[in-house]
Design a binder for this molecule. Structure first.
Ligand code: C5P
Length: 239
């Protein structure tokens, strides 16, 4: 599809509480390098030449978003998130005006270090593939399965095993149908690809950078601060 006819809307689920971070606020509102993690993430998406609109799903009682300059950006739409991540993404998809002709690029609020090269490669593959595509990084460690008492029961073959990352790119209408079906039938939906897999639609994998980490626990903050300072430095020296 020629780039000038492509309609891509980014959807950022940001309605989680992030309890594993043990902070006084949801992790997307922690400040790193003078900006909240949510602002880093949304600015990085909007700086990509093919992304002109971002829909952010926030928790109903979110007391933080309105104080961010982002809340006045005309390219940003706020919607109410839901109980699970899938509910929040679905709520974002419901705000897409023409889902039939639009690709939804869904990206975790807590992954501010996504690179523009990875976004471009994802879009390139995802728009051509009949189902869509996701960014993923190959598993490097030896993988173990354990029982309920924490004893190893199996070493899992890591060949062709991937960490599913975001963004994930799908036709907005197809993703909406898949999420609605998954939520209605009680399927386990932890990312957009799993909603598609659940209806026997199998997206493509695009190998992405392993530094596109999801900020989850306190030790991730130091690493993310380093990545973001490196990126800021590159941007300053690139001009
Ligand atoms: O909790 P976890 O890190 O897996 O969440 C991934 C993303 O989904 C986060 O950006 C979080 O804010 C979002 N989320 C959401 N609605 C929920 C749960 C999580 O938007 N109910």
């Amino acid at each position: 599809m020629p780039e000038n006819t492509l309609s891509i809307v980014a959807i950022v689920p940001a309605a989680g509480v992030g309890s594993r971070m043990q902070a006084d606020r949801p992790k997307q509102y922690l400040t790193l390098q003078n900006k909240t993690i949510l602002e880093h993430t949304v600015h990085q998406l909007l700086a990509h030449p093919l992304i002109h609109r971002v829909i952010i799903a926030l928790s109903e009682q979110d007391p933080y978003f309105d104080s961010l300059p982002l809340s006045n950006d005309p390219r940003v739409t706020r919607v109410c998130g839901g109980k699970e991540r899938a509910d929040s993404v679905l709520s974002g998809l419901n705000a897409v005006v023409e889902p039939h002709n639009t690709f939804a690029l869904v990206h975790d609020a807590a992954r501010p270090n996504v690179s523009h090269q990875d976004i471009s490669r994802l879009i390139d593959t995802g728009v051509k593939h009949p189902v869509g595509a996701i960014l993923a990084s190959p598993v490097k460690d030896t993988m173990k399965r354990s029982n309920m008492s924490g004893e190893i029961t199996q070493t899992v073959d890591r060949e062709k095993l991937w960490h599913a990352l975001t963004p994930q790119l799908f036709n907005a209408e197809q993703l909406k149908m898949a999420l609605e079906h998954g939520l209605k039938t009680g399927a386990v939906i932890t990312d957009e690809a799993s909603a598609m897999e659940n209806i026997d639609r199998f997206p493509s994998i695009v190998a992405g950078r392993s530094d596109n980490i999801k900020v989850t626990s306190p030790e991730d903050l130091e690493l993310m601060t380093f990545y973001l300072s490196k990126r800021d430095f590159q941007e300053t020296t690139d001009v």
